[in-house]
Write a protein that binds this ligand. Structure first.
Ligand code: EPZ
Length: 442
């Protein structure tokens, strides 16, 4: 890394990644446990008095934030290597504080297991975020249908079971939208409810299936997870479990997209291919060749990449979480590509940052027309949310020159030490801490 690269005009107060582009990668990238599953499995541990061991846990700031919330409620939590042991026997509170929950949207999912366990839950409404308003109507409507009285005061949503002995009542619930969080919240609530709950128009994401796997390991009676209709027959109590988190399909997809963008041959492992079928199909349509190898996939990108059309959808459609990284790839593909974001209302903020690098993109509402260019140029850019930050890293890996990517507070929520792992396969990338930058500037 040249000193000149370090002295580029960037915000001295922020840590950032410094990437010298145009470097092929080579080797193997390991995929960690899935963030969006681990968070929900941690919430599910509230449902049992007995310890729950979760293996293959990712080392992410979001996991730490969820652990802080659970410990504040009286739960026990400790790490043993990449396993987390959660002890629900110590749970004494049902009202996580806003200064902890505001860091983590998934904290709202706790309203389900807390009201199921204690008969009452008081959980701060999650704020919106950069990608959308993130409503929780489906979560509240479902709990109401199960007999919880829902109220809101000073930004805190209260759910109080009105059934006998403070127990929720199972019932049919129709989701207006196959919300992942609502499906997970209601599955956890229904696991301890009296009678049967049927979730119609449920989310089918692999993380929902993973949650059902843990709940069944704890003694819950669940059928249909992974389809749009999930049946949960409530039981009186759930026991502890020892359960492994699935590999992170979004991290795996990010690595495969980075390999395609840099024309690299990479082995990405482990990968559950059924979790990524829509993404694999698009990469192959663009000209990549992807073959199973051991527990993972090997990707090579022989020639020129062709543009394609992408429309994000709930699973098994193309995942919204890979839309931004994929757009970085489309920016340097041959010809035109058309991207439609149908899941979140404001998830095209990475377009402006890619345009700064020379990408030719025009947007209209939630749609973007991407005209592939031969080369992007390295400039200082910002990752505006978790997956947009990943997109900027991919763009930096292929750009001509040096790219400084800030917004690492977002990136570190979903990718553990990303720069170290990319360095290990040949990327010229390093993290410049704010203090070090300031010293350099002094
Ligand atoms: C989960 O968020 C993931 N987060 C998100 O990952 C992911 O993008 C999203 O599912 C979609 O796959 C976690 O699992 C922690 P939703 P969630 O409820 O549950 C609308 C990442 O980058 N909606 O399925 O909040 C909502 O407005 C993050 O890892 C309603 O209209 O997603 C949104 O447009 C980002 N009413 C759409 O559904 C509701 O009551 C998807 O939301 C609830 C949601």
């Amino acid at each position: 890394m040249t000193l000149a690269a370090l002295n580029a005009p960037v915000d001295l107060g922020k840590s950032h990644l410094c990437i010298i582009g145009q470097q092929r990668l080579e080797g193997e990238l390991h995929v960690n446990g899935a963030k969006n599953s681990a968070l929900t499995l941690m919430a599910a541990s509230v449902l049992s008095h007995e310890p729950v061991r979760l293996r293959n846990m990712p080392d992410l700031t979001d996991i730490g934030a969820m652990a802080q919330i659970l410990v504040s409620l009286g739960m026990g939590f400790h790490l043993e290597g990449s396993s987390a042991v959660l002890r629900g026997g110590g749970l004494t509170r049902h009202d996580p504080s806003y200064d902890l929950t505001r860091k983590l949207r998934a904290s709202f999912f706790l309203i389900g297991p807390l009201v199921a366990r204690h008969g009452v839950a008081k959980v701060p409404l999650p704020g919106g975020c950069r990608i959308g308003s993130r409503p929780v109507r489906e979560h509240s409507k479902g709990l109401q249908a199960m007999g919880a009285r829902i109220s809101m005061e000073s930004g805190v949503v209260s759910a109080e079971a009105q059934g006998n002995h403070g127990r929720l009542q199972g019932c049919p619930i129709h989701l207006d939208y196959p919300s992942v969080g609502a499906t997970e919240t209601l599955m956890m609530a229904a696991a301890l409810a009296e009678g049967e709950t049927v979730l119609h128009n449920a989310a089918q994401e692999p993380e929902v299936v993973d949650l059902a796997g843990l709940l069944k390991a704890m003694g819950a009676r669940i059928q249909g997870a992974g389809s749009s209709t999930i049946k949960i027959s409530g039981v009186k109590e759930l026991h502890g479990a020892d359960y492994a988190v699935i590999p992170d399909r979004v991290e795996a997809g990010t690595f495969l997209i980075a390999a395609a963008a840099t024309r690299s041959r990479l082995h990405v492992t482990p990968v559950e291919t059924s979790h990524l079928s829509a993404v694999l199909a698009k990469l192959e349509a663009m000209g990549c060749s992807i073959s199973p190898q051991g527990q993972g996939l090997t990707i090579t990108t022989p020639g020129q990449l062709r543009g394609c059309e992408v429309r994000t959808q709930p699973f098994p459609g193309f995942p919204t979480d890979l839309q931004a990284p994929f757009m970085a790839l489309l920016s340097i593909a041959q010809g035109d590509s058309f991207v439609t974001e149908t899941v979140f209302e404001n998830r095209l903020q990475h377009v402006a940052e890619l345009q700064r690098m020379g990408a030719q993109i025009r947007t209209n509402g939630n749609a973007a027309l991407v005209k592939g260019v031969p080369m992007l140029s390295g400039v200082p850019v910002t990752g505006t949310d978790l997956r947009a930050a990943a997109a900027m890293v991919i763009a930096g890996l292929v750009a001509d020159g040096v790219t400084h990517v800030s917004g690492l507070e977002h990136l570190d929520r979903g990718y553990t030490r990303l720069e170290e792992r990319l360095q290990a396969v040949g990327a010229r990338i390093s993290r410049i801490d704010a203090t070090r930058t300031a010293l350099l500037a002094a």
